[in-house]
Write a protein that binds this ligand. Sequence first.
Ligand code: NAP
Length: 292
Amino acid sequence: MAILLKGTPVAEAIGQRTAFAVSKLAARGVTPTLAILRTGEGADAVAYENSAVRACEKYGVAARRVTLSGDVSKAEFIGRLSALNADGLVHGILVLQPLSPGLDFRTIRNLIPLRKDVDGITNASLGGVFAGSETAFAPCTAQAVAEILGFYKIPVSGKKIAVVGRSLVVGKPAAVLLTGKNATVTLCHSHTAGLAEITRAADIAVIATGRTESFGAEYFSPGQTVIDVGIGWSDKKQKLCGDVIFDEVEPIVNAITPVPGGLGSVTSSILANHTALAADAAQKRLLYLKQG
Ligand code: NAP
């Protein structure tokens, strides 16, 4: 039986850090606030929004839902986003995907100012993560991978880690964060030759492909830790599952994240934490400017 790396205790530990930051801000009259911008009523976006709002409110971060219609014009969307950018009471902005047709996420994401980019999706934030800058927030899911390993005291330094998936929001930044913790990371993708050989040889395998229930026993070996980032609907099982075929893999490896119950709550808790940190930084900037 593998050790189950459940997300809830990790999310709660991060939540305690958030609550501490929130209480210090409250003493200065500041309520950290996250604005969540969504277009349309897509089920995945609504579910993610609800979990983000729950995670925020649990630890005293205010969440402001900004919901626009599924056919909102580019001008209206950009107008609303610009207003949030300029609003001193909003410290973090999360733009949910998918955006309505006509809105290009690759362009829109870069309209969020670095200091409010609490999900680390702008080029500026990603550049900061790659440069090891402390003023940039990492994408929450990528950071969640590192937080789970840290919470469960799974050694990373000097270990071989295979990260499968190279998206800008998960695989690539996770590889950078883990490299920063002195792991030797192999970043894999859909063109990687001999993928199963690489994942089997790793001490830790991080699977983030969005290919639900695609990674079975042949990809893993005894003693490994498996972080399953994927979350998708399994028609076969009629429930949400990860990218890893849990029933096949769990008996082989040493530790594994369950899906659901793994990374998701950690990701939302990090989002709330980033919002509190963004509010703290904004407050410090204001004080500095006032001092002349
Ligand atoms: P994405 O942008 O679609 O990227 C998928 C990556 O996986 C790509 O780099 C792709 O390679 C690679 N890939 C696809 N099939 C592969 C295969 N058979 N072998 C090796 N690599 C393969 O997805 P994403 O946004 O990173 O999300 C990945 C998963 O994480 C999804 O299931 C998503 O729902 C989940 N997710 C979870 C959370 C959470 O909080 N739990 C948050 C965000 C995302 P190429 O680059 O070569 O195409």
